[in-house]
Design a protein around this ligand. Sequence first.
Ligand code: F6P
Length: 323
Amino acid sequence: IKKIAVLTSGGDAPGMNPCIRAVVRTGLHLGYEVAGIMHGYQGMIDNNIVDMNSHSVSNILQLGGTILKTARCADFRNVEGRKLAFENLKKNNIDALVAIGGDGTFTGLERLSSEYDLQVIGVPGTIDNDLYGSDYTLGFDTATNTVIEAIDKIRDTAESHARLFFVEVMGRDAGCIALRAGIAAGAEAIMLPERDTSIEELIATLNDGVAKNKNSAIVIVSEGDKSGGAFNVAKRVKEVFNFYDTKVTILGHLQRGGSPSSFDRILGCRMGFAAVKALQAGESRKTVGLRGNKIVLTDIEEALKGHEFKLEEDLLEMSTILA
Ligand code: F6P
């Protein structure tokens, strides 16, 4: 390899910047040239590629988002889009690529590297924590902390006014953020895509709280839950349960931003470092992951096979007991 490129793609996630920094500085340290591709795969198609030096990544460790910008690129799904993209990589003398992102990012990487001679490594970056091959993805820890902080604040109002809040949190098809934040913030109930909770069960839980003289209740609704979102659940509960004044809060994109936690900074550094070391060792078509505090590599095809069931049994069980 002579020149490595790095890009971020899909939803931004805190920890992407520390990872970019690690890729650039590890690459330079090992004697490679390094380039940054702007706006994910779109920048590859548009030839929006910039050479990077050590200074290009100064003072970004603590920043949320991604300095390389990101996008969800439809054109890269087509053979023609990828052809154009590869031609631009060649024009820039790039022979290896590190792509940081989620499922869609890995799919793009798999396609590109099966069609063209290019060494590629994927790094899992998404707040959803729904990727196979790593116990944690970049951004999940920070997002969960953000949600906990928000719920703590909502609790102040819930307690002061004797209210029931339905709080909707992100996680397209995965309940990782909902489950962890719900446990850490003492939510009375957690609605998850991985577990069916009927409205009747939910009302029984709320009635239980009333019997225990609870002055407020917080129900976390994961956006991927089959019940159709927090507004929908609130409406159905309200039809039969009126003990508290009811409110709905959708946390939305505030969950994606903010300075990365120490965990996400270190994880970003570790994964970026490992990605470049893997390229140096001749690896390709692999994703980097953290498993039991060890950095591991997984075949990209295996990583794409599906979402891993990441909701820990003990967390699931205690979520109905501790609150
Ligand atoms: O994958 C990260 C995520 O934030 C999901 O939790 C959410 O469903 C989705 O991205 C939102 O995407 P966008 O920012 O494109 O609306």
